[in-house]
Write a protein that binds this ligand. Structure first.
Ligand code: PMP
Length: 343
């Protein structure tokens, strides 16, 4: 953002902002291509995958995926680990039959996914959809599901670029940009070539992967400024040491926070240890009557945006790539302090 601020009014001597450039100009096309090249580099995206910079956020892809990857008579598998995969399933029902493979359940007071052997998969499914990191619930599925010949589709909105990824295991990955990529409104789709060209004929052209791939994501005017900012984030990530370094930092941050929660009788995280998110850490106070005081005092200490999602309450610390280790240390110190005072 500092770099964007510096060059906001005069981008690289052009005498105008990058947001004023035509998306068809040579200058902007260079920005766009560099961003894609850096993303490919960061995630080691194999050649046979296309990268699209598209519109409509994460939810746009809830519809785009079934429209592009299935016929009306088809069925698709959906693994439901929390509220976003559940919302994706609900949207997909408009377009095809949906088979809920399994659902997160509470066992012995903690939430977890059923074991792989208990999933009800359909070997004829058009695709298998899951969400490796549930932003609201704080549930992560680290192990990539083996779906055989069924293309694997992942909503990585809140986890992309947080660690290295074996892209070749996936048919399609999508992510709304606003967590680890850049400004909201942009979404990134990484799709294997062989899945292109099957869109239903009613598919809005801007959501047709084949069309967007053939036009370099410029069938209509893309979110140019968001694309440029995403490019700056990719450069920043590379300078920090790439996704390997992000993985180290994210592991440090999350273990610091879970360590604080687990070592106290004052705080609680009710997710099974094998499924805990490293990006979104929900936690409750054993005495919820103190929630308001916690949030208010945290805010006074400069620790903001800690209220849990409105659908679940409690607290949630979202510790995406942009959150430094020092930010989590400050939170942990505040939590220990609050416990000493109020516990
Ligand atoms: N999927 C996940 C995992 C998300 O976290 C979100 C947004 N928080 C969405 C989908 C929806 O994204 P958008 O608001 O960009 O449509």
């Amino acid at each position: 953002m500092e770099q964007a601020k510096e060059e906001l009014l005069d981008w690289q001597g052009h005498g105008c902002s990058v947001m004023e450039l035509s998306h068809r100009s040579k200058a902007f096309i260079e920005v766009a291509e560099q961003a894609e090249a850096d993303l490919r580099d960061l995630l080691s995206i194999p050649e046979q995958y296309r990268v699209l910079f598209t519109h409509g956020g994460g939810r746009g892809q809830f519809s785009a995926v079934p429209m592009n990857l299935s016929k009306e008579s088809a069925s698709a598998d959906y693994l439901v680990s929390g509220s976003w995969s559940s919302a994706a399933l609900t949207e997909a029902r408009k377009y095809l039959q949906v088979n809920q493979v399994a659902e997160a359940t509470i066992v012995d007071g903690v939430k977890r996914m059923p074991d792989r052997g208990d999933w009800q998969c359909d070997p004829k499914a058009a695709y298998f959809h899951y969400c490796p990191n549930e932003t609201v619930d704080g549930i992560a599925i680290e192990q990539i599901p083996d779906t055989g010949d069924v293309p694997l589709v992942a909503d990585m909105s809140s986890t992309i670029l947080s660690s290295p990824l074996d892209i070749s295991r996936f048919g399609l990955i999508y992510a709304g940009a606003q967590k680890n990529i850049g400004p909201s409104g942009l979404s990134v789709v990484i799709v294997k070539d062989e899945l292109l060209g099957q869109a239903r004929k009613q598919t809005p052209s801007i959501f047709d992967y084949q069309l967007q791939a053939s036009q370099g994501s410029m069938f209509n005017t893309p979110a140019t400024f968001a694309w440029y900012l995403a490019g700056l984030v990719f450069k920043w990530l590379k300078a920090q040491g790439g996704v390997e370094e992000m993985q180290r930092r994210n592991a440090d941050k999350s273990s610091l926070l879970y360590g604080c929660i687990d070592s106290s009788d004052f705080y609680l995280n009710a997710i099974h240890r094998d499924y805990r998110s490293k990006m979104n850490v929900p936690f409750q106070l054993h005495n919820p009557e103190l929630d308001k005081a916690f949030l208010q005092q945290a805010e006074e200490a400069g620790l903001t945006a800690l209220a849990g999602h409105r659908s679940v309450g409690g607290m949630r610390a979202s510790i995406y790539n942009a959150m430094p280790v020092a930010g989590v240390q400050a939170l942990v110190e505040f939590m220990q302090d609050f416990e000493r005072k109020m516990g």
